[in-house]
Design a binder for this molecule. Sequence first.
Ligand code: DAT
Ligand code: MG
Length: 149
Amino acid sequence: MFLLGLQKKIMSNITFIMIKPDAVERGLIGNILKDINDAGFNVRALKLTKLSIDEAKTFYSVHSERPFFDELTKYMSRSPIVAAVLEKENAVSEFRKLIGDTDPSTAEKGTIRSRYAISKGENSVHGSDSDENAKIEAQFHFSGREILF
Ligand code: DAT
Ligand code: MG
């Protein structure tokens, strides 16, 4: 019971995020990590990595029928990304608040996407949309021993 409660608490307090190719290419890793730190998130896993086209297709498979899927997967595999697991109370919704709307032209002022994103496609950061997907996405990128509590 205790362990189940603890696991539930950890899972509702983590999110998986990426600093995407457009931001890494423009030297924005440090700026975005500072914004994340200033917003009160704790880093639990972190690495610079690169997705193959097939890994990008697997990661974004829920969007496989969408017209932008080809553009999205080519973009996400064209250069390195930073992958991270972040912890904060209500991490998923808190991180989505910090990054703002998918489209930078409608993202709230001061959000990461409104400040840095180039377009709806090249929007600088990813954040999981649910606790369940945060777990799946964290496990896609990190082994258990790379996530530290
Ligand atoms: P989010 O990243 O805000 O969760 P999403 O899950 O709907 O957005 O889409 C995943 C990514 O796909 C998004 O970050 C950028 C790309 N994308 C979404 N809609 C798009 C569109 N209309 N044109 C081009 N790229 C799009
Ligand atoms: Mg999404």
